[in-house]
Design a protein around this ligand. Structure first.
Ligand SMILES: NC(=O)c1ccc[n+]([C@@H]2O[C@H](COP(=O)([O-])OP(=O)(O)OC[C@H]3O[C@@H](n4cnc5c(N)ncnc54)[C@H](O)[C@@H]3O)[C@@H](O)[C@H]2O)c1
Length: 481
């Protein structure tokens, strides 16, 4: 062991004279994992059994899934004693009773992994209601507090096994969204609040990890957090399979390693944090994200959908007869501002009219190339914000729901091109003739070309809609142009 010269005269505790930890096993004794029925929690339980834990308390709210996972684990690791704990981390009494049961059964708790968690619903803060906010905070943040409180109480009362093992180790499962903010359009403010530590240290998993790492170091209890990037578990995969347009697909593709982690890869990093191999790591946030968080520093110089931009959209910009002052030496909005303008613009069409002042300049122009009027198609020209909102309200009339998703987009200076998909549900007051019934879903696509002014307000909108799918859905067989 290397001991700095200035400190060599200080006597070492007897157990610090040992060499590096023995080659195996990495772990021993007992461990508790919450959220153990699935994903990262289950992979961690398997990895713990593989690396030497002989007593495992596995907790989850989903009893059927927990029992199924435990059956599989017992088949591969019959020597491991497993205690199933059916508990909800939102319920302090269940957490207290479950952890007490584990300690009573195993005699001590060497490792605890606070992993149970849920994803947010992908809304921006002004759209999140009180119940949704409380749901995410109560599971992801308060749940970790409730477990950690009981784990600390148990560990503080047990024997200190030396400087490598101490009285116990806690690993909290945070997220890379505990160290960087979610990229648009993945709106996860409640989720990021639970996982984040940079701003309000006391109000996040990382805050709790760091504060308690400091407070319990004298008690020889080590506490660290792990911050995974995208991991292929039901939490992400179910969502991505159901939503081909989910921004997660692009985020994964943009990750430097160009893939998601397997739950086993994250579990191996948890084994490291739980083991004596990391005995001098304390209050740390170990990022395991395939390099994803690196992009947050490089994002500004990174062309999004570069292939799309070069092959398809830049020629459109180049040939567009944009006013010359759009290309001059004006204050250029940043990538983040352009993304926000894009999202506000689509949210405006989605029905959030309160965004109008924030999004549209007073004299905004709107041109639509193919709009079916009573006598066929006619261009629609709108010359100010009020008329724009009137048209927008007219366009939404008769639909029960109406919102937009980004398929691709590109920005260049003060110009944005966004290819979108509209998803609507037929309402009962739709005025035009149609074979659709109220509640029927309809989708269509289009590409909007936006020109932004020096105040970052949209001053020109050119819409090119390919509405054939819509018209067919409406029972029309041709569209007179
Ligand atoms: N999958 C990812 O991409 C990813 C990335 C970063 C962080 N994380 C974090 O990893 C942890 C595990 O996520 P996962 O991806 O394995 O998801 P998962 O859905 O596969 O597993 C989560 C488990 O937690 C359980 N759970 C949910 N609410 C609970 C409650 N109230 N009480 C007890 N158990 C509860 C679920 O039943 C489930 O078995 C979460 O904290 C999540 O935020 C996941």
């Amino acid at each position: 062991m290397y001991v700095p010269r200035a400190h060599q005269s200080a006597p070492l505790p007897p157990d610090m004279t040992d060499a590096a930890p023995k080659a195996e096993p990495l772990l021993r004794g007992s461990a508790l994992v919450t959220g153990a029925a699935s994903g990262i929690g289950y992979a961690t339980a398997l990895a713990f059994a593989h690396h030497g834990v002989v007593h495992l308390a596995l907790a989850d709210i989903n009893l059927d899934a927990l029992n199924a996972s435990i059956r599989t684990l017992r088949e591969s690791h019959p020597h491991v004693e497993v205690l199933p704990l059916h508990l909800d981390v939102r319920k302090p009494d269940e957490v207290k009773a479950g952890i007490a049961q584990a300690v009573a059964r195993f005699g001590r708790l060497d490792v605890a992994v606070n992993n149970a968690g849920v994803g947010g619903r992908g809304m921006r803060t002004h759209q999140i209601d009180e119940d949704e906010w409380q749901r995410v905070i109560d599971i992801n943040l308060n749940g970790v507090y409730r477990c950690q409180k009981e784990e600390l109480a148990a560990m503080i009362a047990q024997e200190d096994l030396g400087h490598r093992r101490g009285r116990g180790v806690i690993v909290n499962v945070a997220s890379m969204y505990g160290v960087v903010g979610p990229k648009n359009p993945l709106y996860q403010s409640a989720y990021a609040t639970t996982k984040h530590g940079a701003v309000v240290l006391a109000m996040s998993i990382l805050g709790l990890t760091k504060a308690d790492a400091n407070a319990y170091a004298p008690d020889k209890i080590r506490i660290n957090a792990i911050c995974p990037g995208y991991v292929a578990t039901p939490l992400t995969v179910t969502h991505m399979e159901a939503q081909p347009e989910s921004p997660l697909h692009d985020h994964v593709a943009q990750t430097p390693m160009k893939r998601m982690a397997t739950p086993e890869e994250v579990a191996d990093s948890i084994v490291f944090l739980a083991s004596p191999m990391s005995s001098f790591m304390h209050g740390a946030a170990l990022v395991v994200d395939g390099g994803h968080s690196l992009m947050h520093t490089a994002a500004a110089s990174r062309p999004l959908y570069a292939y799309f931009c070069l092959a398809l959209l830049l020629p459109v910009f180049a040939s567009a007869s944009l006013p010359s002052h759009c290309r001059g030496p004006h204050k250029m909005p940043s990538r983040e501002e352009l993304t926000q303008i894009r999202d506000n613009y689509l949210a405006l069409w989605g029905g959030d009219l309160t965004l109008a002042d924030k999004v549209l300049s007073q004299d905004v122009k709107l041109n639509i190339d193919r709009h079916p009027a009573a006598s066929g198609s006619a261009p629609v020209i709108v010359n100010d914000r009020k008329a724009f909102l009137e048209f927008l309200t007219f366009a939404r009339a008769g639909w029960e729901t109406f919102h937009f998703k980004v398929i691709h987009w590109v920005a260049d200076g003060q110009n944005i091109a966004v290819r979108w998909k509209a998803e609507a549900t037929m309402g009962k007051d739709y005025a035009a003739p149609t074979t659709l019934k109220p509640g029927d879903p309809v989708t269509w696509n289009g590409t909007d070309f936006l020109v932004v002014d020096d105040e970052s307000l949209i001053k020109e909108v050119n819409i090119a809609q390919d509405m054939m799918e819509l018209f067919h859905a409406l029972g029309m067989t041709s569209v007179p142009l």
